[in-house]
Structure formats: structure tokens, C-alpha cells
Design a protein around this ligand. Structure first.
Ligand code: AOF
Ligand code: ZN
Length: 409
């Protein structure tokens, strides 16, 4: 492609600036959109502004950092024109334009080229008069891709690949989801040493310790949706909310999804409303950024005042791929499946599990409900084999009296 003719070399100031952009990106909320950060670097190697994306529907990182630098410059020069909208599509004042044309923009993802919930960043960069752009990784989201080419066509010098591994890692789940058109899927299990998730009489509360359960709630706060089967709802009546150590509902809640054909009773706990926390609405962290409304299913309810996905959704299907596709279409990029055996087996057999988190209690039940149903494996040669997943922490760690094991396919 056209980029092969350019020399992709970067100064130490540029590397440091990209690192700053990555740090800014990480402040954003997880959700339907990737975490993206952007900075503006002056010729002396000083970062003059930092911006980041605060979730779907809000300004992209590039637009955010441009708004900030305009505000700063306008304040310094006593000018106006810093408010959003007032500069859109217009050439900035000559002082602003001159100040901007010497800056390099560093952004952790290829600037977008589409009009989604907001306008194309590539055009915003061109309009601002920025002449140099460095981005870390290409945007794999087809409708948004092509920003680099648009910038080059407008005469902007574009380089890419700086801190690409770090930028990829930051949005690892999102990249996987967009590539596969389905959510990155974590399968979570709390099981005994002999692979049981409940005793012979069905009792299952609790197999693992409070420490392991608290760890699980930490994950629930970060994911976009949590899924169980109708059987689990009918037997355990779980709430599927993310809760703090004191039992209170967390600010950010996953969409609660029940998969299966059987009816869920009206009084099931999973249907309960979760009060929206102060950050859940608007542009704050919370769960902003979901296209959770407008699902067109009578089974989805989004509590009033909630912009996030913290509702309840029943997917009347037994097909895990169909369920995954539907959830992806509704903005879910990270799904956690919490069983029981039949649902776990269905996702595993369909090769839809990207991460396996097992809390293993040093407990024996002998009889009881196995963690997994039939995976369709008849002989050892067909066994599913998993590897330690040490990305972002130890693959195996003691958690109170239990063991936490993280695996990848
Ligand atoms: C950027 N900068 O900060 C982000 C980008 O629905 P929208 O309009 O918010 O667009 C979302 C898509 O835009 C997302 O899937 C990804 O391809 C890109 N995200 N792009 O230039 C940003 N967050
Ligand atoms: Zn954009």
C-alpha cells in the first residue's frame, strides 16, 4: 500500500507523547466503542493538549483534543471560537490556524473516516489545519476505516505503528469483537476440585469464597453484558448485577441476558430494576455509550434515565452464535457467560469462548452437576486444550482459599 514508501521512524518525544495518549485513552469507559486517546505535540517536543473518547455518542478523541487546544489558545489570545460548533466547518481564526499547523497529532487509533454518531475525525483534523498525524493501530471497523488515506489525500503527513502492541492490548477485546462480529466472550465458572457447579440436590451457594465472588463482581463492573440460561434463572433466581463489597449495586451495570426458550417468571430477580448511579447517565464514566435502547424486543427494558445497557434481555434462542450476533448488534463488545452447564457447553462447543475464568474451590462433591455438559468430544485426540492467559496479570493466582485460573483457547 501507499504507506510502504514512508519511513516510519519516531522521535523519543513522539513515543512519550503516544504513551501519554494511551494513558488518556484508558480513562474512558469500556463499552461499545474502543478506548482512544489523542495528544497534540509542539515542535519543541512538548504536549500542549490531551484528549480522549468518553464512550459511544460522545466526541472522538481527536475532536476532544482539538476542542481543548482551541479553548486554551483562545483563552491565551483573548479570542473566542472555542465552543463546540462555532468552529465546525470553518477555518479557525488565523492565530489559531498558525498555532495548530505546527502541531503533530498523536492518536492511539487510526482517525475515523465515517459519520457515525459523530463526524469523521480525519476531516476534523484536515479542517483544523494539522499537518502531521501519527497513529498507533489501524481501525478494523470497516465503516470507520480509511481515515489515514483521507488525510494523505489532503496532504497531511501520516505515520503509524508507534506503540502498536500497547495500543492493541488496550482494546484487545474490542479488536477481537469487531474482527469476528460478535462479542469477546469470557466464560466464568465457580467449581469444585472435581468439576461440580452444584451438589446433587442442586444447592450451589456458595462453592467459592467471598474473595472469589468479590473478584467476579469486579469483572461484572467492566463487561457489557452477562448471560445465563433460563435453567439458571429458574433454579437459582440470580440478580446478575455487579455489586460492591457492601452489597450495594455498582454504578456501572452489565446488560442482563437470559438465553433460552422457556418463560421467565414476572417476579424473577433478573428482571428487577437497577437504580442508575450518578455516573450512569450522561457522558460520565458509567455505562454510557450503549445503543441499548431501540432494541425492538419487548423483553428489553432499560430503566428510566439510564443511558447504559443495565436492562434485562431474553434471547429466545438456543443457538449461541445467534445470541452473540444479536448482542453485538446491540453494542455488546464484551460478554460474560456465567453458565450453567448447558449454556457453558453450548458456547464452548461452538468455539465462541475467548477467555475462560475458573474459580476452583478445594472442595469435593463427588456427585452433583458437572461444570460442563456434553461437548461432543468422543476421544482424547479431540479434547479442547487451553493455554494459560498471562496477559494483564498472572494466569493462576490464589484468591482466599480458592484458585483463580485464566485460560485462552
Ligand atoms: C476515532 N476516534 O476516539 C474513536 C473512534 O459511533 P461512533 O461515531 O462513535 O463511531 C464509532 C467507531 O469509530 C468505532 O467503532 C471505531 O471504529 C471508531 N472509534 N475513532 O477516530 C475515536 N472512538
Ligand atoms: Zn473519529
Amino acid at each position: 500500500g501507499p504507506i510502504s514508501h514512508e519511513t516510519m521512524t519516531f522521535s523519543s518525544a513522539e513515543s512519550a507523547a503516544m504513551n501519554t495518549a494511551l494513558g488518556a485513552a484508558a480513562q474512558g469507559p469500556r463499552g461499545a466503542n474502543p478506548l482512544v486517546g489523542a495528544v497534540l505535540l509542539d515542535p519543541a517536543g512538548k504536549v500542549v493538549a490531551t484528549g480522549y473518547h468518553r464512550g459511544a455518542g460522545t466526541a472522538h478523541a481527536e475532536v476532544d483534543v482539538l476542542a481543548r487546544v482551541r479553548t486554551d489558545l483562545a483563552q491565551r489570545t483573548g479570542g473566542t471560537g472555542s465552543r463546540r460548533g462555532s468552529t465546525r466547518g470553518n477555518a479557525p481564526s488565523s492565530t489559531l490556524a498558525r498555532a495548530l499547523e505546527n502541531l503533530t497529532m498523536l492518536v492511539t487509533l487510526e482517525p475515523c473516516n465515517h459519520t457515525g454518531r459523530t463526524g469523521p475525525c480525519a476531516q476534523a483534523i484536515i479542517d483544523a489545519g494539522i499537518r502531521k498525524v501519527i497513529y498507533a493501530v489501524d481501525d478494523p471497523h470497516e465503516p470507520a476505516a480509511g481515515g489515514a488515506q483521507r488525510l494523505r489525500d489532503a496532504g497531511v503527513q501520516v505515520r503509524s505503528g508507534l506503540l502498536a502492541p500497547e495500543a492493541f492490548e488496550l482494546n484487545r477485546r474490542w479488536f477481537t469483537a469487531v474482527r469476528d462480529d460478535r462479542p469477546f466472550t469470557t466464560l466464568h465458572l465457580a467449581q469444585t476440585l472435581d468439576g461440580r457447579i452444584a451438589a446433587a440436590d442442586g444447592s450451589s451457594q456458595w462453592i467459592t469464597s467471598a474473595a472469589a465472588r468479590a473478584d467476579n463482581h469486579g469483572i461484572r463492573r467492566l463487561i457489557d453484558a452477562i448471560l445465563v440460561g433460563t435453567e439458571t434463572v429458574l433454579v437459582d433466581n440470580p440478580r446478575l448485577t455487579a455489586r460492591e463489597a457492601d452489597g450495594a449495586d455498582s454504578v456501572r451495570q452489565p446488560l442482563r441476558v437470559v438465553m433460552g426458550l422457556r418463560n421467565i417468571p414476572a417476579e424473577a430477580a433478573v428482571r428487577g430494576e437497577v437504580p442508575a448511579g450518578p455516573e450512569a447517565a450522561g457522558t460520565g464514566a458509567g455505562s454510557a455509550g450503549f445503543c441499548g435502547t431501540g432494541v425492538g424486543s419487548a423483553d428489553l427494558t432499560v430503566p428510566a434515565g439510564h443511558t447504559g445497557p443495565a436492562g434485562f434481555l431474553q434471547l429466545r434462542t438456543r443457538d449461541p452464535l445467534a445470541a452473540s450476533r444479536t448482542l453485538f448488534d446491540h453494542g455488546v463488545r464484551h460478554l460474560m457467560v456465567e453458565g450453567g452447564s448447558r449454556i457453558s457447553a453450548a458456547f464452548l462447543a461452538a468455539q465462541l469462548v475467548d477467555e475462560l475464568i475458573v474459580y476452583l474451590a478445594p472442595t469435593l462433591l463427588g456427585a452433583g452437576i458437572p461444570a460442563f455438559g456434553d461437548l461432543g468430544i468422543g476421544t482424547l485426540a479431540d479434547a479442547q486444550r487451553w493455554d494459560w492467559d498471562a496477559a494483564g496479570g498472572a494466569a493462576v493466582a490464589p484468591l482466599g482459599p480458592d484458585l483463580k485460573i485464566r485460560l485462552k483457547p
